[in-house]
Design a protein around this ligand. Structure first.
Ligand SMILES: Cc1cc2nc3c(=O)[nH]c(=O)nc-3n(C[C@H](O)[C@H](O)[C@H](O)COP(=O)(O)O)c2cc1C
Length: 388
């Protein structure tokens, strides 16, 4: 059972064709650099991407599970809160410093690309342009187990440097030998951390996907299972337990992060089981519905973990205001999912770069207006819980 397209009719598709685009004949990256510069919000980029993706692919990317309550709440949680802003701080744009540390390593920005399956639905070069944009912008790039391009190809796309670093996200496969070889390949290819996603023992009930995208892509990292031509059918996970996490940790020297944590007691267990960090996430509202928004879950996890591990979050980050709020509530960095795929769809590497630039500029503007020059100075008392 995989994240991508589990119910779609399997069929061989040339990974080199932009299979998810509504009009594959039109040039990929249809929005020129000049056109991209005219787009000033992620919402505008999403609106254009929506017109370019095939309906089934758009459903897969944009959709959530069940009633999509949590999907909607991920964004709403940011808007329920307000900033407690003082004035006359004297902070100027030139004072700003977005650098921080991630797993103890200095990074230029507190942003990352969330791991997502099958970028190949959005662009013929799949993850490569997005990884290149991340390397240039200093974002951490988290590569999914279910990527279209392989661990090694993506590592090369980031060469020679990637100041934000590369993480590898592991879905533990039923065949532990296969799982272990993925981890070993990631370590050999220079990925600096292993993110184990634990909120997908089975795929969420995604009404939209159950109707099928009608498309299937081969995975870049995994051997086919069941069907001769595609790996989307028949992929299974073993029972996910803390014991299994302990086992996976022994497969490499990479620091381990646990992704999909929503409650403080799981965060505590993650630390007890040696995690260097946790990612507060509800999988972008794609797994269990009616769980809290990631931002709502964040403070409890931060309190439980203390300074024993790093806390990251993803889900619903669409504006620099959201970034500042999540950092203030204790996230060390925020990860961004769907907007990266939308940028990729409309402009390839330049489109992803534009998404990253917009978020950085919005974040900087918000920090000046809050009178905070450094990421480390963003504290919870800058955020008011709205009285609703
Ligand atoms: C199309 C798509 C595919 C995803 N695939 C994966 C995956 O392979 N592994 C994983 O850990 N999370 C996956 N996720 C979840 C993201 O890592 C992240 O939690 C979520 O997208 C964040 O929410 P946002 O899209 O609102 O930013 C996927 C999300 C989307 C939208």
């Amino acid at each position: 059972m995989g994240e991508a397209n589990s119910a779609a009719p399997a069929g061989p598709v040339d990974p080199a064709s932009p299979v998810g685009l509504a009009d594959p004949a039109s040039p990929v990256g249809a929005v020129s650099p000049v056109g991209l510069a005219g787009l000033v919000t992620l919402a505008e980029i999403e609106a254009i991407a929506r017109t370019r993706l095939l309906p089934g692919v758009l459903d897969y990317v944009a959709g959530g599970s069940w009633d999509e309550t949590t999907l909607a709440d991920n964004g709403a949680a940011f808007r329920r809160r307000q900033f407690r802003a003082s004035v006359l701080s004297g902070v100027m744009a030139a004072d700003l410093d977005l650098s921080t540390t991630v797993l103890g390593r200095p990074v230029p920005t507190p942003f990352g690309v969330a791991p997502m399956a099958q970028f190949g639905f959005c662009h013929p070069d799949a993850e490569l342009p997005a990884a290149a944009a991340a390397a240039t912008a200093g974002w951490t790039f988290a590569l999914s187990t279910l990527s279209t391009r392989s661990i090694e190809e993506v590592a090369r796309a980031c060469a020679p440097g990637s100041p934000g670093g590369r993480w590898f996200q592991l879905y533990i496969q039923d065949d532990l030998g296969v799982s272990r070889s993925l981890v070993e390949r990631a370590e050999a290819a220079g990925y600096s951390a292993l993110v184990i996603t634990v909120d997908l023992p089975v795929i969420g009930y995604r009404d939209r996907d159950l109707r099928g995208t009608g498309l299937a892509l081969r995975y870049g990292n995994l051997p086919p299972v069941g069907d001769a031509t595609t790996t989307t059918i028949g992929r299974r996970h073993p029972p996910l337990t803390w014991d299994l996490i302990d086992q996976v940790r022994t497969w490499s020297s990479l620091p381990v992060l646990i992704k999909g944590i929503l409650v403080p007691e799981d965060a505590r267990l993650a630390v007890e089981h040696g995690a260097a960090g946790v990612v507060v996430s509800n999988h972008g509202g794609r797994q269990l519905d009616r769980v809290p928004a990631a931002l709502d879950a964040l403070p409890g996890v931060v309190a439980a973990v203390g300074d024993r591990a790093d806390v990251y979050m993803d889900g619903g980050v669409r504006r620099g205001l959201d970034v500042v709020m999540a950092l203030a509530l204790g996230a060390r960095a925020v990860f961004v999912g769907r907007p990266v795929l939308y940028g990729l769809t409309i402009g390839g590497e330049a489109g992803v770069a534009r998404v990253m630039e917009i978020l950085r500029r919005e974040t900087e503007r918000a920090m000046v207006l809050l009178g905070v020059a450094r990421v480390a100075d963003l504290r919870p008392d800058l955020v008011l819980e709205a009285r609703w």
